[in-house]
Ligand binder design. Structure first.
Ligand code: FES
Length: 104
């Protein structure tokens, strides 16, 4: 039996990554949960339409952190990606991320 660790939580049960959007509550992200799904589950407004990474309605910009897209060719240019843009409907985060907001 493993002894309790008085210095903090066990490292084999890490906290989920947090989705931060200044002015809104921090949201824990479930594994594989898209940014859009987390925002909608919390009742936070974010534009969306196709929900499959093609229409760009859900485009947003990151203030900090990184996301990965669940489709191989999300509708973003290389310059947009380099500028922190992402498509919330097909974007997942493995670490904490901070949103700047919707729009490119
Ligand atoms: S809702 Fe269409 S690309 Fe995300």
């Amino acid at each position: 039996m493993k002894a309790p660790d008085c210095d903090g939580p066990a490292s084999d049960n890490p906290a989920p990554p947090l989705l931060r959007w200044p002015g809104h509550p921090d949201l824990p992200l479930a594994p594989g949960q898209t940014v859009l799904a987390a925002l909608e589950a919390a009742g936070l407004p974010w534009p969306a339409s196709c929900r499959n990474g093609t229409c760009r309605t859900c485009i947003g910009r990151l203030a900090a952190g990184r996301v990965r897209h669940t489709i191989p060719w999300p509708g973003l240019s290389a310059d947009e990606k380099a500028d922190g843009c992402f498509l919330a409907c097909v974007a997942v985060a493995d670490d904490d991320v901070t949103l700047a907001g919707p729009g490119a």
